[in-house]
Design a binder for this molecule. Structure first.
Ligand code: N01
Length: 544
């Protein structure tokens, strides 16, 4: 009515239909669908000066994918998968970054990407149903929808060690490695952290440095990658079978095209179990975890047989029995922390110029001018490498200072840990979507598969809203609570919560202990998301 219109504040047109934050695997595909399929006015904002996300930042020595190249890649374009040539089974970081740059060029994504732009504020306006994003530079932009494609492992965790500022040497976090590389020749290097990253970096730094000292808080179960170049014949066979490989990934619980097993460890003798583990160990990578026994992460005795098997392998690879003993994981069941995949990690401990230091027994006290001091010794170092991981799954979102409907702060909503509906939306934060957010299978899967599922679901959802003249979508509180309960209940049926992992936020002091990813598997999860969409976005409040 004209009278009402005159009194009410006019609805402002937003600058953008959709703002996508992050130019990694998720943000790039989201832009492609939003712009080229839905024909929306879309723009990506990216803190870095190029595409790649994780693969842009993590340039540390030895950085390599733990999933095999032919399925750690986009499946949405058969032309892309046919034309791209992978050099090896597990490609190194530069090759994956090259692939992502190729995708950006091939789909002409760069013209709608704004680099060197870190979003530090996001505020929702209930009147206009729009978000205002603010960048570090002071630039502001309004948008109808926001997709946080900010990555699960992008907010670095650098422990607050006393004395770091006064260290005379150079120090690096693996997640922000200098682009020009680092030459450790002739240097005494200290490496803190023995997660996937530290384990990949160890043998490479050891081969270059004068001496490498590894400061280990928790030993890990690492499995050999068995990397090798892909022959022309192998590459051709993969390409010929791509439809089948992708179908297997999409119909599996973890996004990998591995054979799924129904067998339970208790139904096999110790010798039979050993033979199964040996076969999968020889194949390398995640197969030992994914294809040995169906109850590996559910049943303690099944898990113990795998844990014992890997511990025996570690003993067999490390010459010094005292060092081998220090490397044996005993505080968590195998697979309940993200299992690393390595190339010659344990061999590195057979070198004279590598020292392992147990900082669980004698913790780090401080970084000194000339090195590092633990409770029982001082180590002279020229350089320090922090392979100390990330404030996983929540850090990047919380760092954006998000304020939702009615002035609600994300930091307050998540004070006791993240709460989402399907890992896709957060009650009280309308029109904001998260890609592979907490509460979705995400980090328990081969990420590109989970990413494609989320991005496609979000694109379909926005298309539905457009087609129905709707401008606002928001997760309902009760649907979110039911999903959070379900995520916790499923996790509690497994051994996962037993480990002090980044899955539960244990690596970041003060972070609430909540098992963040959804362990129920991609298959069930995909069905649930499809069902929600088919039921006119059940569990979401939609309006105009
Ligand atoms: O980090 P992490 P990451 N004092 O958190 C130790 C993915 N990724 O960068 O276990 C001493 O796993 C910490 O000790 P503890 C993959 O999903 C993928 O290695 O907390 N030590 C641990 O040893 C992976 O899981 C690829 O007791 C401290 C280490 O630092 C994820 O990224 C390759 C400490 C951190 O391990 C993160 O891996 C690499 C302290 N104060 C990584 N604080 C691919 O191939 C922490 N630590 C795709």
């Amino acid at each position: 009515m004209p009278g009402d219109g005159a009194k009410a504040r006019a609805i402002k047109e937003a600058d953008l239909d959709i703002a996508i934050i992050g130019a990694g695997f998720s943000g790039m595909y989201m832009l492609h669908l939003a712009r080229d399929v839905l024909h929306l006015n879309a723009r990506v904002f990216e803190a870095a000066d190029g595409v790649g996300g994780t693969w842009y930042w993590n340039r540390y020595p030895g950085a390599r994918c733990d999933s095999e190249s032919w399925y750690y890649s986009y499946s949405f374009s058969s032309e892309l998968e046919q034309e791209w040539v992978w050099s090896s089974r597990y490609p190194a970081q530069p090759e994956i970054l090259k692939y992502l740059n190729h995708v950006a060029d091939r789909f002409e994504l760069r013209s709608d990407m704004q680099f060197n732009t870190r979003i530090i504020n996001a505020d929702f306006d209930d009147h206009d149903n729009t978000w205002t994003l603010a960048a570090e530079s002071g630039e502001q932009v309004t948008t109808r929808f926001v997709v946080a494609a900010t990555g699960c492992l992008s907010s670095r965790n650098t422990p607050d060690f006393k004395g770091l500022d006064g260290f005379d040497g150079d120090w690096y976090h693996t997640g922000a490695w200098p682009h020009e590389g680092v030459d450790f020749t002739g240097k005494r290097v200290g490496l803190i952290g023995t997660g996937s990253t530290g384990i990949q970096a160890t043998p490479v730094i050891a081969a270059e440095a004068d001496h490498l000292t590894i400061f280990q808080r928790t030993p890990n179960f690492s499995i050999p990658a068995r990397n090798a170049p892909l022959s022309t014949e192998e590459a051709a066979e993969i390409k010929a079978n791509y439809a089948e490989i992708r179908a297997k990934c999409k119909s599996s619980d973890n996004g990998f095209p591995f054979e799924v097993t129904e067998r339970l460890a208790k139904d096999f003798s110790a010798e039979e179990r050993d033979a199964i583990f040996t076969e999968l160990w020889d194949l390398g990578g995640f197969r030992l975890l994914a294809s040995s026994f169906a109850d590996l992460t559910i049943d303690e005795s099944s898990n113990e047989s795998a844990s014992d098997f890997v511990r025996a392998k570690i003993r067999g690879m490390v010459n010094d029995p005292d060092v081998a003993e220090m490397l044996l994981p005993t505080d968590h069941p195998y697979g309940t922390k993200r299992p690393p995949i390595d190339t010659d990690y344990y061999d590195a401990y057979n070198r004279d110029d590598v020292t392992l230091v147990d900082v669980r027994r004698a913790p780090i006290v401080e970084i000194t001018k000339t090195g590092l001091r633990t409770e029982d010794g001082e180590y002279e170092l020229d350089a320090l490498v922090f392979a100390t991981g990330f404030d996983a799954m929540t850090g990047a979102l919380l760092n954006m200072n998000v304020t939702g409907s009615g002035g609600r702060k994300l930091g307050d909503a998540w004070e006791a840990g993240p709460r989402t509906y399907l890992g896709l939306q957060i009650a009280g934060f309308p029109n904001l979507f998260t890609v592979t957010g907490p509460g979705s299978p995400s980090v328990l899967t081969n990420m590109p598969v989970a990413i494609e599922q989320h991005v496609e679901w979000i694109a379909d959802c926005i298309e539905y809203l457009q087609n129905n003249g709707l401008t606002r979508i928001e997760a309902k509180d009760d649907a979110q609570e039911a999903w959070v309960d379900h995520v916790r209940e499923v996790a509690d049926t497994t051994l996962f919560p037993k480990a002090n992992s980044w899955y539960v936020g244990a690596n970041v002091p003060g972070k609430s202990r909540v098992f963040m990813p959804y362990v129920g598997g991609l298959t069930l999860y995909r069905e649930k998301c499809n069902e929600v969409a088919a039921n006119q976005y059940e569990g979401f409040a939609v309006s105009n």
